[in-house]
Design a binder for this molecule. Sequence first.
Ligand code: FES
Length: 388
Amino acid sequence: MDIRSPSKGYEEFYDRARDRGVNFIRGRVSRIDEDPKTHNMVVHSEDANLGMPIEIEADMVVLATAAIPKKGSADIARIINLSRGADGFFMESHPKLKPMDAPTDGVFYAGACQGLKDIPSSVSQGSGAAARAATVLSKTKWKIEPIISIVDETKCRNKTAKCGVCVSKCPYGAIEAEPNKPAHIITASCHGCGTCVAECPQHAITQMHFTDAQIIAQIRAALEEKPEEKIMAFLCNWCSYAGADLAGISRCEYPPSVRVVRVMCSGRVDKDFILEALRLGAGMVLVGACHLPYDCHYINGNYKMKARTDALKGMLIKLGMSPERFRVEYVSAAEGIRYAEVITEIDADMKALGKEKILAETAKLRPILENMLKRRLSAPASAAKPAA
Ligand code: FES
């Protein structure tokens, strides 16, 4: 059979094994029995290359067992805020740019905590992680990302009533809210997902470079003409936006009706953004996020978005919106083809619904949505200017 092995020296190892008489067969084992007379093991499988069932009698059968994360890794992930992949192993901050960094600053990975690794890879990763830690320890000052959240103390409800919504939603524990004082963001701990901004009931938190006013201005510009023929898409920077980028680079074809607003994390998608898009008459609304359960680069922003949008969708359907008009899709950075397929599917749904129906629904929903967006709509026009 045709096998290509990854990593240095593995191909030679495979060749040597074949030279010494090891036969590699591609297939899926269905059963292993013991022959009652010879006490040999009989492996029942299929030969995928021949496309037929096979039986192999052997003196001994050795099973390759699966590797699973160490017991207790879920507890460590919870205590120091680490992301885990779908297989339960710890997930890096970025697979290409920060392969050893955890999403929590100052935590670096080495070895099999991140997934199966051989000894040379573990040793080189250990050296790399030590060097990464040394760069932090050797500095007296450390620069942080400029995309952080800030609280408008005059608006924060925690001054007069117990609130703390932002504290409970921050995946990094970067917000403090003492009784009768406005919430305070520890900027060095804030990673800039913007989940607190979307969750704040008072609109008292702003995300630098992704303010509400900036995003709403983008929505309004995108839906200026023929909104009923547009798909308004909110895509998270790390997965679905990168997936859209890949679709473009790979020259995947998809309908030109989509208009994209980039947010750092789907947790940043305020329900008001969706309501505003529908108020303006968008044909379809899409929120694109990293795959559940563990792909979000801000630990669990995708879960926070899911909880928010599930409730919102139920309410919009009760108000008379067709369910197809609002969708949440999970697209990874490697799924350019899937992104193109999702947009093609949504565009087909929009055409199947028809302009008349979309326009009629918008006319019916608009007064209710305007009422729900009262505070946004009464905001001064200058609020739409980007923050300095
Ligand atoms: Fe993609 Fe959070 S970064 S959903």
